[in-house]
Design a protein around this ligand. Structure first.
Ligand code: A2P
Length: 278
């Protein structure tokens, strides 16, 4: 039996079947502005931990033609390459074309996922080193949620430092829980041991460490707090993911320490990617 639909016959005919559809398996709301969700993984999808894909939903039907176009945005895959499912961590923008709708997804719903992973926050883009720094602001934590669960991270580095700067304490919750879960992870728990140092900071609400990470690096607070030597191109590698302004400012800080930016085709000391926001 056909279900009644609220679109005209011509509009209904124009609606294409959802391309590259994947099914939502779980959704978690962290704050009124942040949520994470998991979807089924296409059997053919291979990616490197830290890469991103285009995901989205069908847009509203065109008022005259009834045609719908996919509304896609770049999202870092927050789950590691070995996971059976794919995880994403997203902001909710009330008037954002995609996230105003995406924030309402429920288990069983379908999203579109274009299976073409790309990105620079990958181990291949870094030279070998001793200590790996992950610098994230806001939803820029997502690629590091993947890389923190990636065995290669611990095979290649003796120590991993993840810094996460958010405006408020509540915005740190996704990252905090992820870091806490690492030691109990059946696959990488033993590799992680005490290798991960977590350094959360807030800028607009009181917390144990206040301030922008750029400032805390420049004035030496990070190194004093973690009892680590100052970043050095001989030993330290870095990956950065945040807003455009953050990426620009931290590049300057890292280059001040002598680090050189790398790419897939030219591995160096650090790599940067924009946290894609709607
Ligand atoms: P601040 O509150 O001082 O702007 P946003 O939500 O705007 O993307 O910011 C997320 C976090 O990143 C906030 O704590 C914010 O600090 C910080 N941030 C934003 N821009 C920069 C920047 N250019 N350098 C360092 N930190 C930044």
């Amino acid at each position: 039996m056909n279900k009644a639909v609220s679109v005209t016959d011509s509009a209904a005919r124009a609606v294409p079947s959802l391309p590259d559809a994947q099914t939502v398996t779980s959704v978690r709301h962290w704050t009124d502005k942040l949520f994470s969700f998991r979807v089924t993984r296409p059997a053919s999808l291979r990616f490197r931990s830290g890469e991103f894909v285009m995901i989205g939903l069908m847009g509203d039907p065109h008022p005259e033609t009834g045609k719908q176009k996919p509304l896609l945005r770049a999202y870092s895959i927050a789950s590691p390459a070995w996971d059976d499912e794919l995880e994403f961590y997203s902001i909710k923008v009330q008037d954002g074309p995609l996230t105003s709708k995406l924030q309402h997804i429920q288990p069983g719903d379908e999203i579109i996922l274009r299976p073409k992973p790309v990105g620079t926050l990958v181990h291949d883009a870094l030279l070998p080193g001793k200590r790996l720094w992950f610098f994230a602001t806001g939803t820029g934590f997502a690629p590091f949620a993947s890389l923190l669960r990636e065995p290669e991270t611990y095979e290649k580095f003796d120590e991993v430092v993840i810094t996460h700067t958010c405006r408020d304490v509540a915005e740190l919750a996704y990252g905090e829980e992820l870091v806490k879960s690492l030691k109990d992870d059946p696959l990488i728990g033993e590799m992680v041991e005490d290798k991960v140092r977590y350094y959360p900071t807030t800028t607009r609400e009181d917390s144990p460490v206040m301030g922008r990470i750029t400032t805390l690096l420049q004035n030496g607070t990070v190194f004093a707090d973690l009892d680590l030597p100052v970043i050095d191109p001989e030993t330290d590698r870095a990956m950065v993911c945040g807003s455009l302004g953050f990426n620009k400012d931290i590049k300057e800080v890292l280059e001040g320490f002598g680090l050189v930016e790398g790419a897939n085709s030219d591995p160096q000391h650090y790599v940067v990617e924009k946290a894609f926001v709607d």
